[in-house]
Design a protein around this ligand. Structure first.
Ligand SMILES: [Mn+2]
Length: 313
């Protein structure tokens, strides 16, 4: 499956690796992982990783981005990772390269590169890059393994989301043959600040329940101002304070804003995305959202969620 991309890699002396902008753990992990695999297996080649700042994922060793002149692309192979849409690729200069390749696990929506492997059966692009290395007989390094493991952990929700398979664990197992510290990864990913823990505690005390045991939190504009946190933190960030509650299989976080009420909808069991779509939004099957005009609509939406959820755990 990876043979054509591997042939391209062998052919080019300069390889420049791109991924999506505002990178998550999988984008940084796959990019850094592939860079270090190529550097270790082809020491005579020049390998760069480019794109916007890794920000939160700057803790991943080797995640410092390279500064690359336009001229570097003249005889280069550009590889795009973990990105399904050309508009989302960080650093559009990939198009300057005479050869392009892509490895991705998002649902296919457009052809971006000359050689592409797009396979949604991989829960992360990191496991795809790991499988590429394994199938092509390439050796790993601890830095590559740590980066790839990080992305598998984040995109699989710590080996918990539906996409996690026997192959996910087999590839993670192969990565763990390298010396690296998984505790360091988990500390960096999941340690919370005291301020955020306090905020979560306040939100847990705000949880209410519908007749069919859908859990929800409703935050008015006046309340919002008292929390001293940004909209993303309050809306998306507090939604999963309601996760993993016995007797609750659907939960929703509602936040009043100037432009309507943001609705973040989640389920551990049910496909609730049609409800988000019904109210003008969308997203994943069990994690989606929409914006509605008023509190009445929120109540109608909750009644719709109750229809799906019932009272099962
Ligand atoms: Mn990904």
């Amino acid at each position: 499956m990876f043979q054509k991309i591997f042939n391209l890699i062998q052919k080019y002396d300069t390889i420049i690796i791109h991924r999506h902008n505002k990178p998550d753990g999988d984008a940084i992990g796959s990019q850094v992982g592939l860079k270090h695999i190529l550097m270790a297996n082809f020491p005579e080649k020049t390998v760069y990783a480019v794109g916007d700042d890794p920000r939160f994922f700057g803790f991943v060793q080797g995640s410092q981005m390279d500064t690359v002149a336009d001229s570097a692309y003249e005889n280069a192979l550009a590889i795009i990772l973990d990105c399904g849409a050309s508009a989302l690729i960080s650093d559009s200069r990939y198009s300057l390269a005479p050869a392009t390749a892509r490895m991705d696990h998002h649902i296919f929506c457009e052809t971006i590169a000359q050689e592409e492997v797009v396979d949604t059966s991989y829960e992360s692009c990191c496991s795809m890059v790991t499988d590429f290395a394994r199938q092509c007989g390439l050796k790993l390094t601890p830095t590559a393994a740590q980066a790839l493991y990080t992305g598998i952990v984040t995109d699989s929700g710590r080996f918990r989301y539906d996409g996690t398979t026997a192959r996910t664990h087999a590839l993670a197992s192969w990565l763990m043959e390298q010396e690296f510290d998984t505790n360091e990864i988990f500390r960096n990913l999941y340690a919370d600040s005291y301020e955020n823990k306090k905020l979560k505690a306040q939100f847990i005390l705000k949880i209410q329940f519908t007749p069919a045991n859908t859990a929800y939190i409703y935050t008015t504009r006046e309340e919002f101002d008292t929390f001293g946190a940004d909209l993303f933190t309050i809306s998306r960030g507090m939604t999963n304070t309601m996760a993993d509650m016995k007797g609750v299989s659907i939960w929703a976080n509602f936040t009043e804003t100037e432009n309507g009420i943001l609705c973040e909808l989640r389920s551990s069991l049910h496909t609730i995305q049609p409800i988000a779509v019904k109210y003008g939004g969308g997203g994943h099957a069990k994690a989606c959202g929409c914006t509605v005009p008023d509190r009445e609509t929120v109540m109608a939406l909750l009644a719709d969620l109750d229809e799906i959820g019932g009272t099962q755990v």
